[in-house]
Design a protein around this ligand. Structure first.
Ligand SMILES: [Zn+2]
Length: 175
């Protein structure tokens, strides 16, 4: 884990233009509370579904760019190990505490779990549905990796969320 963290930090560059780059992508470092507050604002303006669609579309775009950075890092690993690596990276970069809870290959089914959602206790366990909108990026990344692996297409959905009072957040993927 520590090694992954060091590797992540070593890939951050502040170039001569004063901007921050992660690998070759211009990046913005943002705090988790800031993102959560923005999510809450969006929900107030466009409702939970609207906020989800907007954040999901940005997060999926992030995933379609980022998957190319992951490909060399996970090359040659079995799909299950690829997922574990992606979850570790996601945890290292501050977006939760992730683990692979279930993996079966035929039919392909993956369950990932997290116990420290970025919105913390913002919803007090009283939301009327899952609220880990930002994690659509992680979901899309795993879907993309499955595609590159030549596996049947899978789709991930958040089925449990601490925002709605579940003991942890959970995302289930299947074809
Ligand atoms: Zn959640």
């Amino acid at each position: 884990m520590e090694e992954l963290y060091k590797d992540f930090i070593s890939q951050l560059n502040i170039k001569e233009d004063g901007l921050v780059y992660f690998k070759d992508d211009r990046s913005v470092l943002l705090s988790v509370p800031w993102f959560t507050a923005m999510q809450r604002e969006l929900e107030g303006i466009m409702g939970a579904d609207g906020a989800f669609v907007l954040i999901e579309s940005a997060a999926r775009r992030w995933a379609s760019r980022t998957v190319k950075d992951y490909v060399p890092l996970v090359k040659g690993k079995p799909f299950e190990e690829k997922i574990k690596f992606v979850l570790q990276m996601h945890s290292v970069t501050g977006w939760g505490n992730w683990e692979l809870a279930e993996f079966s290959s035929s039919p392909l089914q993956v369950v990932i779990k997290e116990t420290k959602p970025y919105h913390e206790d913002t919803y007090g366990g009283k939301a009327d549905g899952p609220r880990c909108y930002y994690q659509s990026g992680l979901v899309a990344l795993i879907e993309e990796l499955a595609k590159l692996e030549g596996l049947p297409p899978i789709k991930g959905t958040e089925t449990k969320c601490m925002a709605q009072g579940d003991p942890h957040c959970e995302f289930v993927f299947h074809s």
